[in-house]
Ligand binder design. Structure first.
Ligand SMILES: [Zn+2]
Length: 284
C-alpha cells in the first residue's frame, strides 16, 4: 500500500495499548529487512531516516526504495525523518515523499523551540504529513548532536502540556531519562513524568534511545503511553555484525551471501522488537 503517516497508526496503538516500532534504515537492504519483518508479523511499521543518512544517499533514492518496497506490501509503512533541526531538510524530505517528520528544537529555549516547531507543523499540515517534536534534551549522541548525560534535562510536565496545546503533534518526544547510543549503566527513567505527560497531553509519546532497555522497561513505557518506540543503535550493530560475522565464518567473496545474512540478522532483531512492542497482527 502507499506510504502512510503516523496518524492512522499511532492513535490506534495508543488506544490498543501497544507501540509501533520505528527502525532506522541504513540502505536498501536494511529497509527491505525492516519491512519483511513487519510483513511476516502483519504489523504496522515506521522506517526512519537520520539526517546523516538522508545527506548520504539523497532524498530521491531513499524515497524510491521505500515506494518500491512498501508499495506492494500489505502492511502500513511510514517513512519518517528522525531528529531534524533544519526546516529546509524537512521541506526537501516532504517534497520527496516522506510521510512523517520530526523537528528537533530541543536544544533551543522553550519559546524558540515552540515557534520553530509551529513552522514545521504548518509545512507538515500543508502536505498532509505527520509531525513529531521534542522537549527537554535526550542524552547521548544522535548525528552531530552530543548531549552529556548530566546535561540531558528532563521535560517538565507543565511545559509539555503548554507545548502540546500550542502545536498539533502526531507524536511527542519528551526527555524522560533515556539516551541515544549504548547505555553505560542502568538507565534511570522518570516513569512518573512519562505517565503524567502522556496523560495530560493526550499525545502519543515517542520513546527515544530504545537500544539497551530491558523488556520490562519497554513494557512499562508502552503501558504508560509510549506508542512509538525508536530502535536505531541496535540496527547499526546488526547491519555491521550480520555482514562481518558471515564473512569471518565463511571467508567467501560472493557479496550477496553476507548481504543476505545481514538482511536476515536485521529482520530477526526487528521481528523480536515488533513482538515485544505488541504490534504483531495489528496491520489494518
Ligand atoms: Zn532520538
Amino acid at each position: 500500500m502507499p506510504l502512510v503517516a503516523l496518524d492512522p497508526i499511532l492513535p490506534a496503538a495508543q488506544t490498543g495499548g501497544y507501540a509501533v516500532g520505528a527502525f532506522n534504515m541504513v540502505d536498501y537492504a536494511s529497509t527491505l529487512a525492516i519491512v519483511r519483518a513487519a510483513e511476516q508479523l502483519r504489523a504496522p511499521v515506521i522506517v526512519q531516516t537520520s539526517v546523516k543518512t538522508v545527506r548520504f544517499w539523497g532524498c530521491a533514492a531513499i524515497a524510491s526504495w521505500l515506494r518500491e518496497i512498501a508499495g506492494p506490501s500489505p502492511v502500513p509503512v511510514v517513512l519518517h525523518l528522525d531528529h531534524c533541526k533544519d526546516l529546509a531538510v524537512i521541506e526537501q524530505c516532504i517534497a520527496a515523499g516522506w510521510t512523517s517528520v520530526m523537528f528537533d528544537g530541543s536544544a533551543k529555549p522553550f519559546e524558540e523551540n515552540l515557534a520553530l516547531t509551529r513552522r514545521a507543523a504548518e509545512m507538515a499540515a500543508r502536505a498532509g504529513v505527520s509531525l513529531e517534536a521534542e522537549l527537554g534534551e535526550i542524552g547521548g549522541v544522535e548525528d552531530d548532536k552530543s548531549v552529556a548525560d548530566e546535561d540531558a534535562h528532563l521535560a517538565d510536565p507543565e511545559k509539555a502540556v503548554l507545548f502540546c496545546q500550542n502545536v498539533r503533534l502526531s507524536a511527542f518526544a519528551p526527555a524522560i531519562g533515556t539516551a541515544h547510543g549504548i547505555y553505560k549503566g542502568e538507565p534511570k527513567l522518570a516513569f512518573d513524568r512519562l505517565e503524567e505527560i502522556a496523560r495530560r497531553t493526550g499525545v502519543p509519546i515517542a520513546l527515544h534511545g530504545g537500544t539497551g532497555l530491558s523488556d520490562d522497561v519497554f513494557r512499562k513505557c508502552i503501558a504508560l503511553g509510549c506508542a512509538k518506540v525508536n530502535i536505531s543503535t541496535q540496527i547499526k550493530y546488526a547491519f555491521i555484525e550480520g555482514f562481518v560475522d558471515y564473512h569471518l565464518a565463511h571467508k567467501e567473496y560472493e557479496p550477496l551471501k553476507p548481504l543476505e545474512a545481514q538482511i536476515e540478522r536485521i529482520r530477526r532483531e526487528v521481528a523480536e522488537k515488533i513482538e515485544l512492542f505488541g504490534s504483531a497482527g495489528r496491520a489494518a
